[in-house]
Design a protein around this ligand. Structure first.
Ligand code: PXG
Length: 463
């Protein structure tokens, strides 16, 4: 067998990659010609690619490396656990110490009475669990018709058949015959793109009330749950108007439906509290977790469940589970990650120091001639690019054309920043210092300036 190492020339690695590796969410048609960017190592907030170029990772991987790269304690925890007990399952009335210890820790950290966890390997799996769990919950209470789950357009809840159905991504639904039945989508609280002449406050209320209208239309006796991300992440870091969540909570309280908060991105400090539900004052019955749970060092996710829901499920057997539910190595890594987040006061530091510092700089981007809106929630932020600020106008060019230019410029400037359509987004590691933020913002501003100039030059500054 050939030994493939970091020391192979980039073009050889790229050729093998193109020949054998099918990538998720990648424009495959030009990948083979261009070659993938190959990341070989990382430390702190910095990635190094196969050509030795360093990049400031303002996306924390895929919104997950909350404690930053290179924390040897997590490697030690994994190695220790692999030596002691690399695998055992949690099916058929068995358990093991990492699964128990992590469950107890999560119960302590999670808000309210979300004291129980059902483990999964990822956020998608956890949302699959949630669909089965809430339907089984209602069936166990003698209400098998309460099956519909209400979600939102432009939501992201994962990529499995069920999670992609829950999500509201049109491009995903267009492939593979989605969504599955009994998922209903209402509109998103995206004031910038859809709010028209309304104030953000009016618009937030209007969009929240669509939930109540959907409940009235479909019938409360048919609806199991409403699911939403506290702040839409993959949808473009859409921070909802302040009126939105209080009204959603009121509606959920007034009707017999469960509230599922998808905290896969917002959880574990991202919004400046342990969970986005705390930042937005929501009381979910179920919470999806993944990503920051292990800071991405091991694949693990789960569903946090309230005392009441757990008690009903515990009344019998829930015919559901994954080989890797509560995987001992992943659980040990997650536990070590939570220890670091807690003992190093990373979440408090985000809330009291780093996120306010970033917010001051990020909000100032709204003055840039190319920026229609700057939004931020803790350590996730976006800017909407526009050819006409006052009208919040989209570009005449196909959505994402200018965003893609921005992404390219950003890489050239040593910065990993993503685009969603023509929004530029960041979700950096939570361990950034103020000096790191200064460096990042300098590159962000340079990228915006260059993207603006390129759009002008290519005649793309048209509404
Ligand atoms: N819920 C939310 C809110 C997510 O953001 C998932 C569920 C699914 O998690 P898994 O672990 O199955 O991927 C996610 C994942 C992007 C991007 O480019 C976002 C995600 C994943 C991959 C890419 O914005 N979010």
């Amino acid at each position: 067998m050939n030994i493939i190492t970091n020391h192979m020339p980039t073009d050889e690695l790229q050729a093998l990659d193109a020949a054998h590796h099918m990538h998720p969410f990648t424009a495959n048609d030009n990948l083979a010609a261009k070659g993938a960017r190959i990341i070989t190592r990382a430390n702190g907030i910095t990635l190094t690619d196969s050509d030795g170029k360093e990049l400031l990772d303002a996306m924390a991987g895929l919104w997950c490396v909350n404690i930053g790269y290179g924390r040897h304690e997590l490697a030690e925890a994994a190695a220790r656990q692999m030596r002691e007990l690399p695998y055992y399952n949690t099916f058929f009335q068995t358990s093991h110490v990492p699964a128990i210890a992590l469950a107890a820790k999560l119960a302590e950290l999670a808000p309210g009475d979300l004291n129980h966890v059902f483990y999964a390997g990822s956020g998608s799996e956890a949302n699959d669990t949630n669909i089965r769990l809430v339907r089984h919950y209602w069936a166990s209470k003698g209400k098998p018709d309460k099956k519909i789950i209400i979600s939102r357009k432009n939501a992201y809840h994962g990529s499995t058949v069920a999670a992609a159905s829950l999500g509201g991504m049109a491009a995903m639904h267009a492939q593979g015959g989605l969504p599955i039945p009994d998922i209903h989508h209402i509109e998103q609280p995206n004031w910038y793109a859809e709010g028209g002449d309304k104030t953000p406050e009016e618009f937030g209320l209007e969009r929240a009330r669509q939930l109540e209208q959907a409940i009235e239309m479909l019938g409360e006796d048919k609806i199991a749950a409403f699911i939403a991300e506290p702040v839409q992440g993959a949808g473009g870091v859409i921070v909802p108007p302040e009126t939105y969540w209080p009204e959603i909570q009121r509606i959920c309280d007034a009707h017999e439906i469960l509230l599922i908060a998808d905290e896969v991105i917002c959880g574990f400090g991202r919004t400046g509290n342990w969970f986005g539900s705390q930042t937005y004052n929501i009381r979910p019955d179920v919470m999806t977790i993944a990503k920051g749970l292990s800071s991405g060092y091991a694949p693990i996710g789960g569903s946090m469940v309230s005392d009441e829901v757990a008690a009903v499920i515990a009344g019998g057997e829930f015919a559901h589970g994954y080989t890797y539910s509560g995987h001992p190595v992943a659980a040990a890594v997650a536990l070590e990650n939570l220890r670091i987040l807690e003992e190093e006061n990373i979440v408090d530091n985000v809330r009291d120091n780093i996120a306010p510092y970033l917010a001051e700089k990020w909000n100032a981007l709204a003055d840039h001639p190319f920026v229609g809106q700057a939004s931020i929630a803790g350590m996730m932020a976006s800017v909407a690019l526009t050819p006409d600020k006052s009208a919040r106008a989209p570009f005449a060019a196909k959505a994402g054309t200018i965003g893609l230019i921005g992404r390219g410029k950003s890489f050239d400037n040593g910065l990993v920043m993503r685009h969603v359509g023509d929004r530029m987004i960041i979700s950096p590691p939570l361990v950034m210092t103020r000096a790191d933020i200064d460096t990042m913002m300098e590159r962000v501003i340079r990228t915006l300036d260059q993207t603006y100039a390129a759009a002008k030059e290519q005649g793309l500054l048209k509404a």
